[in-house]
Design a protein around this ligand. Sequence first.
Ligand code: GLU
Length: 507
Amino acid sequence: MERKVRVRFAPSPTGPLHIGGVRTALYNYLFARQHGGDMILRIEDTDSQRFVPGAEDYINEALAWLGIGIDEGVREGGNYGPYKQSERRDIYRDHVRMLLDAGKAYIAFDTPAELEAARAATPNFQYDASTRMSMRNSLSMPADEVKALIDGGEKYVVRFKIEPGRDVEVNDLLRGKVTINSSILDDKVLYKSADDLPTYHLANIVDDHLMEVTHVIRGEEWLPSAPLHVLLYEAFGWADTMPSFVHLPLLLKPDGKGKLSKRDGDRLGFPVFPLEWHDPKSGEISSGYRERGYLPQAVVNFLALLGWNPGDDTEIMSMDELIEKFSFDHCSRSGAKFDFEKGKWFNHKYLQEMSDEELAQMYKPVLKEHGVDPSAWTDEYITRVVGLVKGRINFVGDLWDQSKFFFVEPEEYEEKSVRKRWNAEMPAIMGELIEVLKGLEDFSSKAAEPVVLGWIADKGYHLGNVMNAFRLTVVGECKGPHMFDITELLGCDETVRRIQLGIDRLG
Ligand code: GLU
């Protein structure tokens, strides 16, 4: 019987979600949506030592910001809960018992010091079929002794009893069949009596089974655990509902070799987290894509293409298009270089798709940050400003640099241009220009431009020098949109006032 596709994203709340984890969540989501399946968010918090307060909220907020919808989870509820592992202790305890009763697991009492001694005595020591009988466990000790120790409150762990010499097959949709020999695996700890909690491996498998997960899509770093997971599925007798595995390739440093790390981001100046993260212990703040001015659609599009392509060179794709086109057939098996410049390009593209009205609303807080009260201007004015400069921006924050002169007069004049364009005759010429502009009945770009250019030609002035000096007085530097579009928006009075100010200041 065809099973309904069910996938899970299963982060451990040990800190902010790394951008690689976000990509894993995204691929799970795309796959689930494409197949009309369910997307589960499971919080894997069985390692109390590494628990970080705020991390779970962070994960929820980041996924919501990116539009990665969750069907079942701690917040969403669902028929397979609880969705937080620390609330599923009873379930794990029962399952540990099932393995013990079936003789597929055993109890071990070895203390850290004893394990240390075994490691020191035997090179490459591994707790497995070849060594377990020389250790202190329920296989090597008489049953009454084991019982007495447990009754006496002695701490123990439960280990998985791995049969050596078996070929274990992992079916990975990206990599094909990966076969490893069970002899290289150690008898992994599944449960610790000290905190009455399972380890990652047991909890992960039990939950994947009980939550009826059909596809385990996760980072490549979990590939070495997969044979053990296959063996656990078999030990429980669940082999016929074994999920398919997909181990996604790593995100790599933009330069050099190796896995993308937070240090690379710090070194090269880009975030590796979706949202800004305030570390509750150190107080350190790590930058996030959201706070850097990225649009979530741009981040999603950018991440989707880090390790996957649609089979042609289409680059701009909405979430719906990604859902339609996504396929593991076009996922790469090798790591994807993290190209931060490309991320900026995506943001640029998505900003261009937005309407000037929307961008104007997003610009308002930026104006405020720079001490400009946006309510002093009409929405129409801000919208028209945005329309003139948006082609030059990668982020909403860039709007300020490109358009501040629409809101504040120049504080200074770019030195190089002053040297090049402002000569002894310029104050007089600018004085004449003021008269020409004042004489205009229609101050629109279309009407003003031929009149001013005509005046320059009649006088035989140098076109470049005059226009640049004009721009210098109004903008403060020799860049920006078309000059007469600027003056049309500023209006005659403000334009004239600025030219006069330039004359007075530059002399
Ligand atoms: N809790 C693991 C993690 O943090 C889950 C790995 C898996 O998806 O199986 O990545």
